[in-house]
Design a protein around this ligand. Structure first.
Ligand code: ADE
Ligand code: ZN
Length: 336
């Protein structure tokens, strides 16, 4: 089989995916109509044409606006189900999904409405597609600590559905230390923690996410390459980085895919993984991200499979569940 087929069929595990970032322009229009919401665009084509980003903030402004069409539980179900169908196409066998409750509660949408729709689709994803999944709730770092505490309180009755908490949105000017206390409470309540760090922000955000937020994974983390000591620490501690190649080029973290450091970090022994972040906005889901990296860097099949192997190791599932995923990966590699 050629490399394109190998990549498509390779079992994949996604660890960095914002469900609001899977809202395709066509669904944005359908939901706007269903919920009678005005969009500042005349057509899905016009929406797509607006996706020319210069940095993270230029994306976030348009992304939060898009989420305004999500109102009812069924909307969150439809959004999540559409993403799971993409997972099926791409041979994603396990996914850990972020959601941003404050994006919705700030508009008067109940926390329970959001989580119920996402969770119901994930249950159907397991039953009908055989895809396992987990939910991670993110705090919006441009909002204040008080708001994060409020949303943590709302999450407590849903501990059975939410495995961890994360930190996303505008990294510059909103360092991890702003959320040290809320993360401490979240850990006391039994949540695993992760944080976006070193996407646009400095290496100090990676160090402080590790030291002050006690994270189990760093989301993005590509700026670690600015600090040799940090690279050594990440390699030695096997701290996973959930890297998002197409996101990074769309948001100008790297000018071109050939400038991306993901393959260098993999070869230096870091536990790096490939993820799609906000695929409806950045031009591709998991297979597209793998292909974009493989087209610009000469990668062996072993290296491609290592991305999945790392993601299994870094996932928040039991050892028994990890064994099942490793078997699927090994079976594929043995017969490909
Ligand atoms: N929210 C959605 N995508 C994000 C990203 N790449 N960085 C920070 N916050 C986000
Ligand atoms: Zn992200």
């Amino acid at each position: 089989m050629n490399q394109a087929t190998f990549i498509r069929q390779l079992p994949k595990v996604e660890l960095h995916l914002h469900i609001e970032g899977t809202l395709e322009p066509e669904m944005m229009f359908q939901l706007a109509q269903r919920n009678q919401i005005d969009l500042p665009f005349a057509s899905p084509q016009e929406v797509k044409a607006a996706y020319e980003f210069t940095n993270l903030q230029s994306f976030l402004d348009i992304y939060y606006q898009g989420a305004n069409v999500l109102i009812e539980e069924q909307d969150f179900y439809d959004l999540t189900w559409a993403y799971l169908l993409k997972c099926q196409q791409d041979n994603v066998i396990h996914t850990e999904i972020f959601f941003d409750p404050q994006t919705h509660t700030a508009r008067g949408i109940h926390f329970d409405t959001v989580i119920a729709g996402i969770d119901r689709a994930m249950k159907d994803g397991l039953e009908q597609l055989g895809i396992t999944s987990r939910i991670i709730m993110c705090f919006l770092r441009h909002l204040d600590e008080e708001s994060a505490f409020e949303v943590l309180e709302m999450a407590l009755p849903h501990k059975d559905k939410i495995i961890g908490v994360g930190l996303d949105s505008s990294e510059l000017g909103h360092p991890p230390e702003k959320f040290e206390r809320v993360f401490s409470k979240a850990r006391d309540e039994g949540f695993i923690t992760v944080a976006h760090a070193g996407e646009e922000g400095p290496v100090s955000n990676i160090y402080n996410s590790l030291e002050l937020l006690n994270v189990s994974r760093i989301d993005h983390g590509v700026r670690c390459a600015d600090d040799e000591q940090l690279v050594a620490l990440l390699a030695e501690s096997k701290m996973p980085l959930t890297v998002c190649p197409l996101s990074n080029t769309k948001l100008k973290v790297f000018d071109e895919m050939r400038d991306h450091n993901i393959v260098e970090l993999l070869r230096r022994g870091l536990c790096v993984t490939i993820n799609s972040d906000d695929p409806a906005y950045f031009g591709g889901y998991m297979t597209d991200n793998f292909r974009a990296v493989a087209e610009s860097h000469a990668l062996s099949r072993e290296e491609l499979a290592l991305f999945t192997c790392n993601a299994i190791d870094a996932s928040f599932i039991s050892e028994a569940e990890k064994c099942v995923l490793r078997e699927k990966l090994d079976d594929f590699v043995a017969t490909a």
